[in-house]
Design a protein around this ligand. Structure first.
Ligand code: G6P
Length: 472
């Protein structure tokens, strides 16, 4: 029987250390939902890091057993690997480079060596599970070397790779000392997927410039194989968000928040703490709105949720300080006894409370300076069951390629952003509804299940094509 093996750096279960021992929580991430029906099917498995450092062998055995019961296989990372592979090469080199922040990129040989070693570790974990003809789907920038490593050992396997972050212009890839090797390794896959055609073209151009391999309509001819490259914009579980927003629990939360907020209008912002998300620029734009349009003072609040992330990486700690300082300054200048300009939360929230925040919001402010896709924009749309609300969206988020009915802005243009806020807060309900209905139709149709099916079908097709070419 042919099996499917999913591999990502993070498993779809959050394992956390609590006072009473280890806790296992299903992750609410889009990927976990979309692939849920696949990895839980008979014999299939999801391979990944459980997200925390576990060195005690008895504890490792316990984690393995718990995860195995839910079709997962853990890859444990040592403290040095977390530092050099995860914080180092993945999030200190690849993340900034691929998001056009190459001034933040580290070029450390030791980080690269850890990246190679951990990709090899993942490879061994997969080989222990995979048969010669299984389907293997590798995810994201932490595992760029894996397709080629697997191909060497399992030449007949069907291997797909999907990148969840932007693929930048080849000018950035050529700056990386290991750029060509990364590209060659990705080409170990049969199918390589990106969120947008733009990323796909950047990849093909990097492959042409740095490896000298041309492509024909997205098919790259390597010396021994043909690799398909295509765009698959990822979606969300639309029904889950729509139902959560309509639920009695979410409505009850919303009523509670409204008691405190009164008539105040709400602008919502939800992100992981990351310099790619444009959080500081967004705060400055909100300040410009209050300066230029003082009629909003006392009338509108920015409800800003920042979810802690990667706090051991230097730039993240620095950004946290910058945000704290900006929020403090703006609130100190504008607040009144009964009104807070910015309601800032530095933590994550349970799903039902997020659903209530989406309900509550008049405007969602999704303004990353770079973002592979951005699913918050889609979650907001799915949650607006009354078709009220305005999405302000960065033109540099992958989602902007699909959501043309949002107010599209340049996230570094604080003046333009402030004016978009002013416009959104005054938009007539009919215009809100017509934009929202159009975006809902699209987000509902291209949901995460459609995304998974499309990728898997195309992957199966790429293999059939390879075999046909081989026998021609
Ligand atoms: C982005 C990446 C994912 C990553 C997630 C959370 O969405 O594309 O691969 O898992 O951020 O980041 P973390 O470093 O906490 O896994």
């Amino acid at each position: 029987m042919s099996r499917t093996i999913i591999i990502s750096n993070r498993l779809p279960t959050k394992v956390q250390r609590t006072a009473s021992g280890l806790s296992f929580q299903p992750s609410e991430g889009g990927l976990a939902t979309g692939l849920g029906s696949i990895y839980r099917a008979d014999g299939n498995v999801w391979v990944g890091w459980p997200g925390l450092f576990v060195d005690d062998p008895a504890e490792q055995a316990h984690v393995t057993e718990q995860l195995q019961a839910d079709s997962m296989a853990p890859v444990f990372l040592t403290e040095a690997e977390i530092r050099d592979f995860y914080e180092g090469f993945s999030n200190g080199t690849l993340w900034p480079t691929f998001h056009y922040f190459s001034e933040f990129s580290l070029y450390e040989q030791a980080h690269w060596e850890a990246y190679v070693a951990v990709n090899e570790k993942f490879c061994q974990a997969v080989l222990a599970l995979a048969g010669p003809e299984d389907t293997i789907w590798v995810h994201d920038y932490q595992l760029l070397l894996l397709p080629e490593m697997l191909r060497r050992e399992r030449p007949e396997a069907t291997i797909g790779f999907f990148l969840h972050i932007p693929f930048p212009s080849y000018e950035l890839i050529r700056v990386l000392p290991w750029g060509a090797e990364l590209l060659r390794s990705m080409l170990g896959a049969d199918l390589i997927g990106f969120h947008t055609y733009g990323y796909m073209h950047h990849f093909l151009s990097a492959v042409a410039h740095l490896l000298g391999l041309p492509n024909h309509n997205g098919q790259v001819e390597t010396p021994d194989r043909t690799v398909l490259v295509d765009a698959f914009p990822m979606g969300i579980d639309y029904q889950r968000y729509a139902e959560a927003a309509a639920s009695e629990v979410a409505q009850a939360h919303e009523r509670t928040y409204r008691e405190y907020l009164g008539e105040t209008r709400v602008i919502l912002s939800i992100d992981r703490l990351d310099y790619t998300k444009g959080i500081a620029q967004r705060l400055r734009a909100f300040e410009v709105l209050l300066q230029r349009h003082p009629e909003w003072v006392g009338q509108v609040s920015l409800l800003m949720i920042v979810v802690p992330s990667r706090d051991q990486v230097a730039q993240y700690a620095g950004l946290k300080m910058e945000i704290d300082e900006l929020v403090g300054r703006i609130n100190a200048q504008y607040r009144t006894i009964s009104w807070n300009p910015i309601l800032y939360f530095y933590r994550s929230f349970p799903f039902e409370e997020l659903a209530a925040f989406y309900r509550l919001a008049d405007v969602a402010l999704v303004t990353p300076v770079r973002d592979g896709m951005n699913l918050v924009a889609k979650e907001f749309i799915a949650s607006k069951t009354d078709q009220r609300g305005v999405l302000i969206l960065s033109e540099r988020a992958g989602a902007a390629q699909e959501l043309a009915d949002a107010l599209l802005i340049n996230p570094t243009d604080t003046g333009q952003l402030a004016e978009a806020l002013h416009e959104a807060l005054q938009m007539p309900p009919e215009e809100q509804a017509s934009r929202m209905v159009a975006m809902q139709a699209l987000v509902r149709q291209y949901d995460v299940f459609a995304w998974t099916e499309l990728f898997m079908n195309r992957l199966a097709y790429s293999k059939i094509k390879q075999e046909t070419l081989a026998t021609d």
